[in-house]
Write a protein that binds this ligand. Structure first.
Ligand code: NDP
Length: 412
């Protein structure tokens, strides 16, 4: 039986049988357990409830020789289907290859009202400041990370001290901010200027990862189009995205569909990721797509390059039971491994979107999945949802008025 044909319960049992979740987690999923009030109160303020989103998984991700089931949290129909669909085409062609990055988070201490001699003194004290910062979070060093770079950048009215910090498996925002604030205090004892602020940068420049896939033409063909023609059309649309900012933004939104869904499923900070990704897209001065597509050696070759700013420990990741379950399902051992999976998911969602756009158009698949949400929005319940959605798909008239009429007729 295909996974999309299974009931929720059957899917949970499948994960349990594959050893990806334990009995307690399976039970928690079946009961749709929310987080406790204590946990909610400890994560954010003014709590009044829990906002649920669908939790599912994409299949057939073969990444660097390992098979993955990838948990995703998303309210948009078709994202999980699209990820799984492209992942299977890529798996049948040999799978994804990823080229992980360093794990450097940059932090800024912004100084002002410094005299020329203050600036010179600080610039000459690089090693002393470096050593101080290095000792500010000793556990990072014992884990193989810590401060890796220090440099001063002069602006018209400011001096910036930029620290590069390897945060190992943590996203690192709190760690980096603590190191910066301690270091800033040390600086105030050395010079008479003012500290304007100390904060990490979400630029993601130290965490740029590449994912690649070479897809056989056979995997791309449709009933109406050869695989070569689909591949050629994909490369032309990807080229257009390089030239049109309006298209590039939507190209990248399709990539973020998959990426954000895994961020949510793993309790990662998707705001940080969005900020990092879009600043990277604008790096050349013209907003660019995160991926490129070309034809090489009789294959369609997709390459995604972008920052992936995340952790596999710390923050809400360690606190949220569902985030822990997601990491367990993917058997995550390091943040680098999670970065690779997320980059592969972004590329998969991109391939699905491009293939649909240059063949049948995006609406054919999208609206047939969206029809269930439409049915629910007009009040359909239980079996009615399937029935209304089926008739919507037959009429291909996806309007509220049509959905209401269908439901009234069914109930009539
Ligand atoms: P934490 O403050 O939770 O720090 C990471 C924790 O993980 C530390 O306690 C560390 O232990 C522990 N740890 C265990 N194993 C490892 C390992 N292998 N590698 C690294 N650390 C390990 O989280 P972060 O510093 O990652 O900060 C993330 C949070 O900060 C997110 O919730 C984010 O939303 C938020 N944030 C984001 C900002 C931004 O993006 N601009 C700004 C401010 C906050 P130990 O103490 O022993 O080192």
């Amino acid at each position: 039986m295909k996974i999309y044909e299974m009931t929720n319960e059957q899917r949970i049992e499948l994960l349990k049988k594959r050893g990806l979740i334990n009995s307690k987690q399976a039970q928690g999923l079946k009961e749709r357990q929310p987080i406790t009030i204590d946990l909610a109160n400890s994560l954010s303020e003014n709590q009044i409830g829990v906002f649920s989103l669908p939790y599912g998984f994409a299949t057939d991700f073969l990444i660097d020789g390992k098979d993955y089931v990838v948990p995703m949290v998303i309210e948009e129909p078709s994202v999980i289907a699209a990820a799984s669909n492209a992942a299977k085409r890529i798996k049948n062609s040999g799978g994804f290859k990823t080229f992980p990055s360093e794990r450097i988070v940059y932090g800024q201490i912004v100084l002002e009202n410094l005299s020329v001699s203050d600036i010179e003194k600080l610039e000459q004290s690089c090693s002393e400041i470096f050593e101080f910062a290095q000792k500010a979070h000793p556990s990072l060093i014992s884990r193989g990370g810590g401060v890796v770079s220090l440099k001063f950048n002069r602006y018209d009215d400011f001096l910036e001290l930029e620290l590069g910090i390897d945060t190992v498996d943590a996203m690192g925002a709190n760690m980096v901010n603590s190191i910066l604030e301690k270091t800033a205090q040390k600086i105030t004892t050395m010079v008479s200027g003012d500290i304007l602020c100390s904060i990490l940068s979400n630029s993601g420049n130290g965490q740029v990862i590449t994912a690649e896939a070479e897809i056989d033409f056979e995997q791309l063909k449709t009933k109406e189009m050869s695989g070569l023609e689909v591949a050629q059309r994909i490369t032309r649309l990807a080229e257009f995205a390089k030239q049109s900012v309006k298209r590039a933004v939507t190209h990248n939104k399709g990539i973020m569909n998959g990426i954000d869904a895994v961020y949510l499923a793993t309790g990662n900070d998707f705001r940080a990721q969005e900020a990092a990704a879009h600043s990277f897209a604008f790096e050349t001065g013209q907003y660019q797509p995160f991926s490129t597509w070309k034809i090489q050696n009789d294959h369609l070759v997709g390459t995604l390059k972008m920052p992936v700013e995340l952790g596999s420990v710390g923050g809400a990741i360690s606190a949220l039971p569902m985030a822990q379950m997601s990491l367990a399902i993917m058997k995550i051992e390091s943040s680098k491994q999670l970065q690779s999976i997320i980059a592969a998911v972004g590329l998969a969602n991109n391939l699905s979107a491009l293939r649909a756009l240059v063949t049948t158009g995006i609406q054919a698949g999208h609206m047939s999945l969206q029809s269930k949400s439409l049915a629910v929005s007009v009040g359909a319940e239980g079996e009615e949802i399937v029935e209304v959605s089926k008739i919507l798909n037959q009429t291909k008239n996806y309007t509220i008025a049509n959905a209401k009429q269908i439901l009234t007729r069914l109930r009539g």
